[in-house]
Design a binder for this molecule. Structure first.
Ligand code: CO8
Length: 258
């Protein structure tokens, strides 16, 4: 497929998607989201790919859903097409890990897209916000839910009610991002993290991801029970045997399933 709104490339086993609507600060329109779905589907199906990265430009990861595209929509339009559900949730449904590498603005749907990824590495220029309230609407791609889980009620409420943006340091202090790096290092750092993930056992990585995600969907008791079951299941894999043997033999593990 020829992409018009994103750039898609591979770096070894890492699948890289760069949002590419520079004139609109990477505003997320339907065409872009559909292209991203196609690209993520292809990376998920490609056995050579072990991890994906979604990134934007220096100025903007994404300045939100495309306001000009949304502006004429009526209630009946958005209700009938179940606006945002189909392509918007794709990043959150990946089984392989997805890293968001965020520089500049991650606002509205841009912040929501970053939060759908497994973790966010932020450039020191990153700014996160849910400014939908300024437009007479509210976050519609999980913002009120994921942001609240990540940064707690008080900060999420302030951001959703006043449109205040968080800078990168505050985002790190609040647990929204895993770490902050100099802007010039952002992509390198994200690729290094992705390469580390690709060097590990793919099924065990996917099991770990699934288990951490359970923490957001269930009670502590049920989550721990789930973790115990899948932890036990890792003992049925060749890669657990290899990982533990390699440690005992003081050598680097050579995982079979990568
Ligand atoms: N949608 C469409 N176009 C945009 C968007 C956007 N979200 N953001 C920026 N642009 C366009 C501008 O219109 C401008 O275009 P033009 O040159 O043709 O006028 C161009 O990008 C550059 O923008 P600015 O001139 O405004 O750049 P500044 O550096 O002055 O300001 C800001 C940068 C502060 C980021 C500013 O552009 C801004 O406030 N943008 C809007 C931010 C916003 O409100 N985001 C939330 C959008 S609503 C949303 O995401 C709802 C999600 C719901 C679920 C998803 C549904 C699909």
């Amino acid at each position: 497929m020829a992409y018009e709104n994103i750039l898609v490339e591979t770096r070894g086993q890492v699948g890289l998607i760069t949002l590419n609507r520079p004139k609109a600060l990477n505003a997320l329109n339907a065409a872009l989201m559909q292209e991203m779905t196609v690209a993520l589907d292809a990376f998920e199906a490609d056995d050579n790919i072990g991890c994906m990265i979604i990134t934007g430009s220096e100025k903007a990861f994404a300045a939100g859903a495309d306001i000009k595209e949304m502006q004429p929509k009526t209630y009946m339009d958005v209700y009938k097409e179940d606006f945002i559900t189909r392509d918007w949730e794709r990043a959150a449904r990946c089984r392989k890990p997805v890293i968001a590498a965020v520089a500049g603005y991650a606002l509205g749907g841009g912040c929501e897209l970053a939060m759908m990824c497994d973790f966010i590495i932020a450039a020191d220029t990153a700014k996160f916000g849910q400014p939908e309230i300024n437009l007479g609407t509210i976050p519609g791609a999980g913002g009120t839910q994921r942001l609240t889980r990540f940064v707690g009620k008080s900060k999420a409420m302030e951001m959703c009610l006043t449109a205040r943006m968080m800078d990168a340091d505050e985002a790190e202090r609040s647990g929204l991002v895993s770490r902050v790096v100099p802007a010039a290092e952002l992509l390198n750092e994200a690729i290094k993290a992705a390469e580390k993930i690709c060097s590990l056992s793919r099924p065990i990585v996917m099991i770990a991801k699934e288990s951490v995600n359970r923490a957001y969907e269930t009670t502590l008791t049920e989550g721990v029970r789930f973790e115990r079951r899948v932890f036990h299941s890792t003992f049925g894999t060749e890669d657990q045997k290899e990982g533990m043997s390699a440690f005992a033999e003081k050598r680097k593990a050579d995982f079979k399933h990568r």
